[in-house]
Design a protein around this ligand. Structure first.
Ligand SMILES: *Cc1c(COP(=O)(O)O)cnc(C)c1O
Length: 369
């Protein structure tokens, strides 16, 4: 039995009619950019994240870019990021003319290691940007304490973590800004690119709202140079149809993760993902195993037609575009090993029990070979 890594068509079966209706409304009212659905989405996401404001933008990458810009990051500044994340986390820092500073991760969660942050702070550091990787939040209390001690801002890359919680606090509600992506593979996925920024500060929200429309402060008046990063109304309409399902979907991912955890617990050469005591809600955007035998396991999964993906095979410090920063692999040993060992397997809510049994049986056999 072939098992895809992800299958969007299974959601469409029960969402199609509502989606088509919602798209029809937008075509009828014709307010295609920042229309009424965008405003409603912003209100609902702000409520979900326990934040005063949410500002919808064109993508998760833009959310990071605008948040860092609003936090004052520019040429000559440094931003601390984990070495292990999707490219956008580091890419946006460079695009603002600043320098990303790569810090190693925790062995068990793959998130930024708070114990290594202070050694990376210099007088150029402006922001610490933890990533809530795979849907589990980074250890925010020590990160916030370090930021406060050194007068730095924290921007949360919560692209993979919508609805997740740390000590009962929602992703996106702890740092100065939270940045979310609605890329189709995220737990709440649009039918294209979309993103949103959360904040509890009126002032921060105002600034991001201006940046999203060319820094416009009044009609054709620009108090700063901004971006064109407005969300399409069509995407907001689609997200509003999906949003009421999000909690149930994430809970089903947890059910699937628990089954995997139990099945893989005693399997040799397989490390299951850690869930920390501080994690109130892990949304499992990915379920990520690690194995020293990854090469042969992935070959076996190919043969068995079971979907997987390696998030992420190349740490930032090994990316050709960051070669000039001069990092040595031995400076970032945990990330280097993770990049060689991790692989993510099907976890989406519509995965059937039979499919999951197939994945479990195949990986268990391959790990024992
Ligand atoms: C998906 C993702 C982004 C970028 O979001 P896009 O909507 O694809 O631009 C940024 N950071 C992380 C960790 C992501 O997973």
């Amino acid at each position: 039995m072939a098992v895809p890594l992800i299958d969007f068509s299974r959601q469409l079966e029960y969402l199609r009619r509502d989606l088509e209706k919602a798209i029809g409304y937008v075509i009828d009212h014709g307010r295609f950019i920042l229309g009424p659905e965008v405003k409603r989405l912003e209100e609902e996401i702000a409520a979900l994240c326990g934040c005063k404001h949410a500002i919808a933008v064109a993508s998760g990458t833009d959310a990071l870019m605008l948040a860092l810009h609003a936090a004052g990051v520019g040429p000559g500044d440094e931003v601390i990021v984990p070495d292990f994340s999707f490219f956008a986390t580091a890419g946006v820092v460079s695009r603002l003319g600043a320098t990303p500073v790569f810090v190693d991760i925790e062995e068990d969660t793959y998130n930024l290691d708070p114990n290594l942050i202070e050694a990376a702070i210099t007088d150029k550091t402006k922001v610490i940007m933890p990533v809530h990787l795979f849907g589990q939040m980074a250890d925010m209390d020590p990160i916030m304490a370090i930021a406060e001690k050194h007068g730095l801002k924290v921007v949360e890359d919560a692209a993979q973590a919508i609805g997740s919680a740390y000590k009962n606090r929602a992703a996106g509600s702890i740092g100065a800004y939270g940045c979310f992506s609605f890329y189709p593979t995220k737990n709440l996925g649009a039918a294209g690119d979309a993103g949103i920024i959360t904040t509890n500060s009126d002032e921060n929200a105002e600034l991001v709202r201006m940046l999203r429309v060319h820094g416009q402060s009044g009609k054709y008046e620009h108090s700063l140079v901004g971006y064109n990063s407005r969300l399409d109304t069509m995407q907001a309409a689609i997200l509003l149809i999906k949003l009421p399902h999000l909690q149930k979907w994430s809970e089903q991912r947890i059910v699937n993760a628990d089954r995997y955890d139990e099945a893989f617990a005693g399997v040799p050469n397989i490390t299951i993902p850690a869930v920390k005591d501080y994690t109130t809600f892990h949304i499992y955007n990915q379920y990520t195993l690690a194995s020293p035998k990854r090469t042969s396991i992935l070959k076996g999964l190919d043969d068995a037609k079971i979907g997987y993906c390696v998030y992420y095979p190349i740490p930032f410090h090994k990316q050709p575009c960051f070669a000039s920063l001069g990092y040595k692999p031995e400076e970032l040993p945990v990330t280097s090993r993770a990049a060689e060992q991790v692989f993510s397997i099907p976890i989406y809510p519509e995965l059937t029990a039979e499919e999951q049994e197939e994945v479990i049986a195949t990986i268990t056999r391959l790990a024992n070979e």
